[in-house]
Design a protein around this ligand. Structure first.
Ligand SMILES: Nc1nc2c(c(=O)[nH]1)N(C=O)[C@@H](CNc1ccc(C(=O)N[C@@H](CCC(=O)O)C(=O)O)cc1)CN2
Ligand SMILES: Nc1ncnc2c1ncn2[C@@H]1O[C@H](COP(=O)(O)OP(=O)(O)OP(=O)(O)O)[C@@H](O)[C@H]1O
Length: 206
């Protein structure tokens, strides 16, 4: 991190988000390659992957941990990978489009590439088994800080309102430098079921 270790991270969520985004962007290319490799190794060992799964991931940007390498290797084992698509209906929810290395893509309003998939072929969050979610910050009780759009929280609110055994498992992906002591949980925040950093896979119990 750029902040000296004796300095507290900001407590205001917007300042904290800026601080943590800056910290993840500041990781050098060679260090990042090393950390991404370690994250992918933890990911590939998840016991949930012993049956074919429908899995959401993300196209890494803005210093996000990159799990593409693991996704490509799991695709060869028969798992299907989906990317988030911002709904065009103005509700600020996500749907998910099947991704393959050669599939047609288009840029969303944040200039992030999404699969160019017809609405009828897009999945809802409920149709997925696993969601690998890019994090801006996390604490060790399953609270997370995202990019601030509330996209994942709106999309996955069923996990709070009507929880069911079929719900997708939410696994946050982040570098250890994004770990903060304690994040505030608002009533719309959907907590993580697990977290992967370069150090470990951690399952949250609740
Ligand atoms: N790789 C990746 N894909 C993703 C997400 C993500 O966090 N990472 N999302 C997770 O939700 C959704 C997109 N959410 C986003 C929310 C805010 C910004 C963002 O950059 N906001 C800028 C303002 C940019 C602008 O208005 O043009 C900012 O706050 O500085 C980007 C993506 C769907 N796809
Ligand atoms: N289920 C929801 N229904 C309506 N509004 C919501 C819901 N979830 C989040 N929001 C709104 O979205 C805004 C951003 O939420 P928050 O700061 O928690 O984003 P985030 O968790 O960083 O983003 P994301 O969920 O995309 O990772 C909040 O102001 C909140 O009012």
């Amino acid at each position: 991190m750029n902040t000296p270790s004796n300095q507290q991270p900001p407590s205001d969520p917007r300042a904290l988000r800026r601080h943590l985004r800056q910290a993840r962007r500041a990781i050098s290319i060679s260090q990042r390659q090393q950390l991404d490799l370690q994250i992918c190794q933890h990911l590939l060992q998840l016991p949930q992957l012993d049956k074919p799964c429908k899995i959401a991931f993300y196209m890494a940007g803005d210093g996000e941990a990159d799990i593409l390498h693991a996704a490509l290797s799991l695709m060869k084992q028969g798992h299907q990978f989906y990317l988030p698509i911002i709904d065009s209906d103005g509700t600020n929810r996500l749907r998910f489009g099947l991704w393959q290395p050669d599939c047609a893509m288009k840029a969303n309003r944040f200039d992030i590439a999404e699969p160019d998939v017809a609405f009828k072929d897009q999945l809802t969050g409920l149709q997925l088994d696993l969601i690998f979610m890019p994090l801006v910050g996390f604490d060790l009780t399953g609270n997370r800080l995202g990019m601030g759009g509330g996209f994942y929280d709106r999309t996955l609110e069923f996990k709070i309102k009507q929880p069911s055994a079929d719900d997708p498992e939410l696994i946050g992906i982040a570098y250890q430098c994004q770990n903060v002591e304690q994040l505030n949980r608002e009533n719309w925040d959907v907590p993580l079921d697990g977290l992967i950093s370069e150090q470990c896979y951690r399952k949250f119990s609740r």
